[in-house]
Design a protein around this ligand. Structure first.
Ligand code: NAD
Length: 295
């Protein structure tokens, strides 16, 4: 069994991105600039945005963090996004999800300019992805593809079972794994909350991508020996042994599943750092797009 070390792969990719940002600046262009929007004070969202902003600094990118009170209206939030759309100094825009219940995530995502949609959630980005056209890929599936590529895990012809059908992880992951590309060409089964006899599918999988949001949901009896496991889940559970009183676990019962696998991503330090790489790759691509360096 080999651990797929997201932190190590991300460090390697970040080094390349740092050089790319330097090369842009050497050509007289501005550093890539990411604008992040945070509404309210959800501690997990604070942590995710904080780590994205810190990574920008590490790579020599510029970043702006716009914080809004939880009471901001949908209309006001869209107004701020439109200002960022019109700001030539900003290359990429991300709105940290989830949003408060009175704000429609679809309305917010739709208001971001597709040219600045570095999270890859806009219908234009998702549509182009579906058609196999050049676009911003959703950051988490993009990061997972980079991870598979780094470890030279050839998924062509493999049976991949994706559990979870969200628009940001499960559904785009199923599209990207099955497309005619590299990595790609897998045979994909997309499972979800209404799937009957989930175990029948997972026991026939060569790769399982778990994006459910339920702690240690995938157990050893659901996995056959030699499976590749990509654990997207980030779940906080109580842990009296920790000073903080809690810790993060994935959607996979790591301790019991890992001995069975060929490869497995840990939580934390697996898919999480790769998601940030996907976002940063998209941000530099946005900067190049807006500078007319790519079509
Ligand atoms: P979501 O809640 O939008 O979707 C969860 C999916 O799981 C749904 O499609 C649902 O059909 C499926 N599901 C629920 N119960 C099920 C069951 N019993 N059997 C089979 N399928 C079931 O979640 P999401 O936004 O896709 O996120 C999933 C998890 O991944 C969460 O823990 C989230 O925090 C994490 N996440 C991690 C990263 C990262 O960078 N590592 C990025 C995004 C999300």
């Amino acid at each position: 069994m080999q651990i797929l070390d997201g932190t190590a792969v991300a460090a390697h990719i970040k080094e390349q991105l740092k050089h790319e940002a330097e090369a842009l600046k050497a050509r007289g262009l501005n550093a890539p600039h990411l604008a992040a929007i945070l509404v309210g004070n959800n501690p997990a969202s604070e942590a995710y945005v904080g780590s994205k902003v810190r990574t920008c600094a590490e790579l020599g990118f510029d970043s702006t963090l716009l914080r809004f009170d939880v009471s901001i209206s949908e209309k006001e939030l869209i107004h701020h996004i439109q200002q960022l759309n019109d700001d030539n100094a900003v290359n990429g825009i991300l709105v940290q999800l989830p949003l408060p219940p009175h704000i429609s995530p679809d309305a917010i995502i739709n208001s971001i300019s597709p040219d600045k949609d570095v999270d890859g959630f806009h219908p234009t980005s998702q549509g182009k992805m579906l058609l196999g056209q050049q676009t911003f890929l959703p950051a988490t599936p993009y990061g997972i593809l980079m991870m598979l590529e780094h470890y030279k895990i050839d998924i062509a012809g493999m049976h991949c079972v994706v559990i979870g059908r969200s628009n940001i992880v499960g559904t785009p992951m199923s599209v990207l794994l099955s497309r005619n590309g590299n990595p790609g060409n897998a045979t994909v089964t997309l499972c979800h909350s209404r799937t009957k006899n989930l175990k029948d599918f997972t026991l026939n999988a060569d790769i399982i991508v778990a994006a459910i949001g339920r702690p240690r949901f995938v157990t050893a009896d659901m996995v056959r020996p030699g499976t590749v496991i990509i654990d997207v889940g980030i779940n906080r559970i109580d842990d009296a042994a920790r000073k903080s009183g809690s810790r993060l676990v994935g959607d996979v019962d790591f301790d019991n599943v890992a001995p069975l696998c060929s490869y497995i991503t840990p939580v934390p330090k697996g898919v999480g750092p790769m998601t940030i790489c996907g976002l940063m790759k998209n941000t530099i691509a946005a900067a190049k797009l807006q500078a007319g360096m790519i079509d």
